[in-house]
Design a protein around this ligand. Structure first.
Ligand code: ATP
Ligand code: MG
Length: 254
C-alpha cells in the first residue's frame, strides 16, 4: 500500500559544515492494516521521515506512493512527538479539531466526541481543560484526535514516551484493543524495543545519522497479544535481534 523509495533528506545551510545529511536512501513498505514500527538512535532522523510524509518538511529526493499514486499530506494522520493539545481549548474541542476542519458543525462534532470518549478513557473529562488531565489521558486525547483525522495511514511518533513503564504497558495493551475493534494502518516511531516487538507486525531498525535501513524484522508472534507475552522466550528472541542490530549501528541499507 505505502511505498517509500530512496527517500533522502539533507538540511542545507546547517551550522559550520553547511549541510546535515539526515536520511540516506530510505526504503520502506507498509501494507494495509499492518502495524509497522521504526526504531533507531536518538537524532537519526525518525521524526524527519514523518515530517516528510505529511509535508511539514520538503524531501531532498525519493518517492512516496500510496497504492502506486504519489502520496499527499492528507493521506496521513499525524500524532506528533509532543501531544500539541491547545491549552486554551477544552478537551473535546481539541479532539474534535479534525472534524471541525472538515466542516462538521460544532454540535455534531461534540456529539461524536462524547459518544466515543469512553473508548479512550476520557468520559467525564470532555469539558475539562488539557491542563487538568494526567499525562496518559493527554496522550489518549491526542490519539483520539488522530483517530478522527481521515488520513489512511496513522503516523504515531513516540506516543507513550512521556509515561512510566507501568502506564506505558497499560497504554500499549489499550492501543491493541482499540485497533482490534477498528483496524488501521500504522507507522509508529518508538525508542522502546519492547513496545516495538509487542505491537508490531514488522520493525525497521535504522542506523545512526544519516539514517539508513539497517534491517527489517518480521514479528511472528500470534495475535491477540497479551502482557503475558512480555516474559516469553520468543518475545525475548525478537528483542535480542533488534537490540543486536541497534548496537551494531553502522552501514546498512535495506
Ligand atoms: N528543521 C530542521 N532543521 C535543521 N535540522 C533539523 C531540523 N529538524 C531536524 N533536524 C536535525 O535532523 C536530525 C534528525 O532529527 P529527528 O528529529 O528526525 O531525529 P529523531 O530520530 O526523531 O530523534 P529522537 O529519537 O530524539 O526524536 C537531528 O540532527 C536534528 O538536529
Ligand atoms: Mg523524534
Amino acid at each position: 500500500m505505502l511505498e517509500i523509495r530512496e527517500l533522502s533528506k539533507i538540511y542545507e545551510n546547517y551550522g559550520e559544515a553547511g549541510r546535515l545529511e539526515v536520511l540516506d536512501n530510505i526504503n520502506m513498505e507498509v501494507s494495509r492494516e499492518e502495524f509497522v514500527s521504526i526504531i533507531g538512535p536518538s537524532g537519526c532522523g525518525k521524526s524527519t521521515i514523518f515530517n516528510l510524509l505529511c509535508g511539514t518538511e520538503e524531501k531532498s529526493g525519493g518517492t512516496v506512493t500510496l497504492d502506486n499514486i504519489q502520496a499527499k499530506p492528507g493521506d496521513f494522520s499525524y500524532m506528533p512527538q509532543s501531544d500539541l493539545l491547545m491549552d486554551w481549548k477544552r478537551v473535546w474541542e481539541n479532539i474534535a479539531l479534525p472534524l471541525r476542519i472538515k466542516g462538521v458543525p460544532r454540535f455534531l462534532a461534540k456529539e461524536r466526541v462524547m459518544s466515543e470518549s469512553s473508548l479512550y478513557g476520557l468520559s467525564g473529562f470532555e469539558n475539562a481543560w488539557p491542563s487538568e488531565l494526567s499525562g496518559g489521558m493527554r496522550q489518549r486525547a491526542a490519539f483520539f484526535r488522530t483517530m478522527l483525522s481521515s488520513g489512511r495511514i496513522m503516523l504515531l511518533d513516540e506516543p507513550f514516551a512521556a509515561l512510566d513503564a507501568i502506564n506505558r504497558e497499560r497504554m500499549q495493551e489499550w492501543l491493541m484493543e482499540v485497533l482490534e475493534r477498528e483496524k488501521r494502518t500504522i507507522l509508529l516511531v518508538t525508542h522502546s524495543v519492547d513496545e516495538a516487538v509487542f505491537l508490531s507486525d514488522r520493525v525497521y531498525v535504522l542506523t545512526p545519522r544519516p539514517a539508513r535501513v539497517k534491517c527489517c524484522v518480521e514479528i511472528g508472534l500470534k495475535r491477540p497479544r497479551g502482557c503475558e507475552l512480555l516474559t516469553s522466550p520468543e518475545f525475548n528472541d525478537y528483542k535480542a535481534v533488534l537490540l543486536k542490530n541497534l548496537a551494531e549501528g553502522g552501514e546498512g541499507n535495506g
